[in-house]
Each structure stands twice: as structure tokens, then as C-alpha cells.
Design a binder for this molecule. Structure first.
Ligand code: BEZ
Ligand code: FE
Length: 296
């Protein structure tokens, strides 16, 4: 088709794509083209700015490896991951949900851990944490047989895959709920951490004068046939970055109750203050499906 003038471009492109076999693919691509064209018109995008944008996308691709996912980082830090999460959970955004973004550090095949066991795989300094979680359905019934994958950063704010001093899979584990719908595990209190800023996402944050910190949290991924897989994070309630999470993951429902204790701990070898976390997750009926692991 020959383009007569600038107003022709959008309808001509949409017309060309109209033969897509999948109706859903057609709907998504048409909306993408309409919004992308409207965006260029709205900001009067210059050719120099267009080149910067294309270079930015190319750098996201080049920076992504088996152990680093720059695409997810970018999506997270423009709030897109949280938007998609909230649109797809809690009755399509109509009710409160315990769901949150996956983030770039989930690994498949974390070690099976007995209920009540520890997810420390190498000595890790920091205050002990004892977590007790209930997984129930919307009617309040406990759900047995849920595989609950847990992962979090160390008390210095590093995931094991970012830190040679930690054993492989340290602070990661998978625990299965019993008939009472409960799991418990021992770990250490996580710390908040800066997200990686040595790539294009970091350039964007610097240009926007934004802090690049995440408040301390523990990630959970709850999986059982018959229920929508619940991906979430529970945040440490006294963290200084709770109100300024660089990836917009903190919702009211996800601020946990991490209680500090000075008295006797549930285990004899605990020295000094320790923390407990009690949290209830509600899983919605639906299709159990695991996300693509962002790293290997
Ligand atoms: C995380 O929680 O692991 C995370 C999420 C988004 C960006 C970086 C880290
Ligand atoms: Fe995290």
C-alpha cells in the first residue's frame, strides 16, 4: 500500500495486520500499534529520540543472560509488572489480592524442604526468622498439598545467585502444606536491597532521579492443581523503603507483621533477638501454571 500522508500510516498498518489467524494476537497487536502511534504523535517523537529508544530496547536484549533479566527489571520499574499482576488477580482487579510481581530472581527446582525445616544452605549471619503461613481458599478452608516455593535475599541484601559467599540455593526452599494448610520454616531476616543499575534500566532511573531500592521481603510462589498459582512477596513492616519501592510491589495487603522477640526462640541455637512472621495467603480457584523462570 502506498502511504499518501502521515494520517495514512496507522490505518494502513492496521489493515495490513488484519489477516492474523489468532483473534487474540490480532487484538493485542492492533492495540499495540494504535497506542504506539498515538504515543509518537502525543510527544512529537524526534528521530534522535526514536534512535535512543531503539538503542534502549536493543541494550535490554543484549544485557539479558541466563542469570540476569533486564527485560523484567525494566517492566518492573515502570510499574508494568504490578499493573499486569493486579489486572489478573483478585477477581480481575475487583477485590484485594495477595498477588505481587515475580521479580527477576525466582529459580525453578529449589530444594524440597520438610515442613518446619530451615532454608539456610550455608552459614548466614543475621537475626533468625521463624515463618508460619496458612494457605486457604476464599471460603476459609485450608488447602493441603500446596507446593510453596520461598526465596529471599540475605541480611546483607543479596540473593545467593548474586553472592559467591552463599551456597547454591541458600535461602530458597519448597515446602508442601499439610492437611491444616500450614507451612513453617526457619530462615534469617531479609534485608532490603538496591536493584541492579548497571544496564539501561539503571540509566532510566538515574535520568528520573529515582531511588533504586526494594524494601526487604520474602517471595512466595504457591502452586496446586485447581488453584491459580499465587506469586507474591511479604514485606518487612519497618523497612525504610516501604513507601518508595522502585518496582511498585508494595500493596497494603502485603505488609507483613514481622515481630521482634527477645525471649526464648523456637530453636535452642538462636542467639539474641529473633523474628516471627505469621501470614495467611488466599488462593483463588483457577488454573495452576508456573511462570517462565526469569533466570536459570
Ligand atoms: C525482587 O524482588 O527480587 C526484584 C523485583 C524487581 C526487581 C528486582 C528485584
Ligand atoms: Fe526480591
Amino acid at each position: 500500500m502506498i502511504i499518501e500522508d502521515v494520517d495514512d500510516v496507522t490505518p494502513v498498518v492496521l489493515q495490513t495486520m488484519s489477516g492474523a489467524t489468532s483473534p487474540r494476537f490480532k487484538e493485542i497487536m492492533e492495540a499495540l500499534v494504535r497506542h504506539a502511534h498515538a504515543f509518537a504523535r502525543e510527544v512529537n517523537l524526534t528521530e534522535a529520540e526514536f534512535e535512543i529508544g531503539v538503542d534502549f530496547l536493543n541494550r535490554i536484549g543484549k544485557q539479558t543472560t541466563d542469570v540476569h533479566n533486564e527485560g523484567i527489571l525494566f517492566s518492573d520499574s515502570i510499574g508494568f509488572s504490578t499493573l499486569v499482576c493486579l489486572l489478573n488477580n483478585g477477581g480481575q482487579g475487583s477485590t484485594e489480592t495477595a498477588a505481587a510481581l515475580l521479580g527477576p530472581f525466582w529459580r525453578m527446582h529449589s530444594p524440597m524442604t520438610e515442613n518446619g525445616g530451615s532454608i539456610l544452605r550455608s552459614p548466614t549471619d543475621g537475626p533468625a526468622l521463624f515463618a508460619n503461613c496458612l494457605i486457604r481458599d476464599p471460603s476459609g478452608q485450608p488447602i493441603a498439598g500446596v507446593e510453596v516455593d520461598v526465596w529471599h535475599s540475605s541480611p546483607v541484601g543479596l540473593y545467593e545467585n548474586q553472592d559467591d559467599t552463599q551456597a547454591d540455593m541458600n535461602l530458597r526452599g519448597k515446602i508442601i502444606t499439610e492437611a491444616d494448610g500450614r507451612i513453617s520454616f526457619r530462615s534469617v531476616r531479609p534485608a532490603g536491597y538496591p536493584v541492579p543499575i548497571d544496564g539501561p534500566e539503571g540509566d532510566m532511573l538515574r535520568a528520573q532521579n529515582r531511588p533504586h531500592w526494594r524494601p526487604a521481603h520474602i517471595h512466595f510462589l504457591a502452586f496446586r492443581e485447581g488453584f491459580k498459582t499465587l506469586v507474591t512477596q511479604v514485606f518487612v513492616d519497618d523497612d525504610e523503603h516501604l513507601e518508595s519501592d522502585v518496582v511498585f510491589g508494595v500493596t497494603r495487603a502485603l505488609v507483613g507483621n514481622y515481630v521482634k522477640h527477645d525471649g526464648p526462640a523456637p530453636a535452642e541455637d538462636v542467639d539474641g533477638p529473633w523474628y516471627s512472621l505469621d501470614y495467611t495467603f488466599v488462593m483463588e480457584p483457577g488454573v495452576a501454571k508456573l511462570p517462565q523462570p526469569p533466570i536459570k
